[in-house]
Design a binder for this molecule. Structure first.
Ligand SMILES: C[S@@+](CC[C@H](N)C(=O)[O-])C[C@H]1O[C@@H](n2cnc3c(N)ncnc32)[C@H](O)[C@@H]1O
Length: 213
């Protein structure tokens, strides 16, 4: 999947997205925002904000910036922000693999259901790290390849359709953590049957800890 493939997939999904993926993904969105422990006055970057379903969940007084590479998705998010009259929210069309923000610009950075969709998830992680304050952590909600071999077998079978369905069903957490050098702090199962994972990681790479020791 390339960036144009993501835009094409989400052009097809955009007007039906909330109905299909609103309620089912919502417990994970809420839990990620709660776990960030955001204080009034702090700033949050939400990568791949989609139609902005998470936005009403942020506490009052928090500065929320949402980016997404899909024009169709971000337009719906913008309509939501205007309808709800949320002055602390800014939305931008931007590729998370190459962000226009400064280093350490945000207190918190989160990506929900994005990494198995983004063409280069490792680049997204590098950028999330770069723009996050050194005191902050990265929060990720995603589906990773299931540990049950029967289920992961089915996920592998549908993997060749990833371009059509718009995400990689067989995204392996261990490989992803290794490739991106993530220092995982915590993981929690979320949503129906715990099929998705909320992962909290340090914004410093794991190798940085060894280098400092
Ligand atoms: C499954 S949707 C999740 C939307 C939202 N986070 C939610 O909770 O419903 C994935 C979103 O990631 C966006 N996306 C994928 N790759 C991206 C990239 N490289 N940069 C920015 N957004 C990206 C897609 O356009 C889509 O809106």
């Amino acid at each position: 999947m390339d960036t144009q493939g993501v835009r094409d997939a989400y052009r097809r999904y955009a007007r039906h997205y909330d109905l299909c993926f609103g309620a089912i993904f919502h417990p994970g969105r809420k839990m990620a925002i709660e776990q960030m422990g955001i204080q009034p006055g702090e700033s949050v970057l939400e990568v791949g904000v989609g139609t902005g379903l998470s936005i009403p969940e942020y506490p009052e007084g928090v500065h929320v910036t949402g980016i997404d590479v899909s024009t169709d998705m971000i337009e719906i998010a913008q309509e939501r922000v205007e309808r709800l009259e949320l002055p602390n929210v800014s939305l931008m069309e931007m590729d998370a693999e190459n962000m226009d923000f400064g280093d350490g610009q945000f207190d918190h950075v989160v990506a929900m259901y994005v990494l198995s969709v983004a063409p280069y998830p490792d680049r997204v992680i590098n950028e999330m790290r770069r723009v996050c304050s050194k005191q902050g952590d990265l929060f990720i909600v995603n589906h990773f390849r299931h540990r049950n071999p029967l289920i992961s077998g089915a996920e592998k079978m549908i993997a060749p359709l990833s371009k059509l369905v718009g995400f990689r069903p067989d995204f392996a957490m261990d490989e992803f953590v290794d490739q991106t050098d993530l220092e995982v702090i915590d993981t929690k199962p979320v949503n129906l049957f715990g099929y998705w994972t909320l992962l909290r990681a340090s914004c410093e790479p794991r190798s940085a800890r060894f280098a400092a020791a």
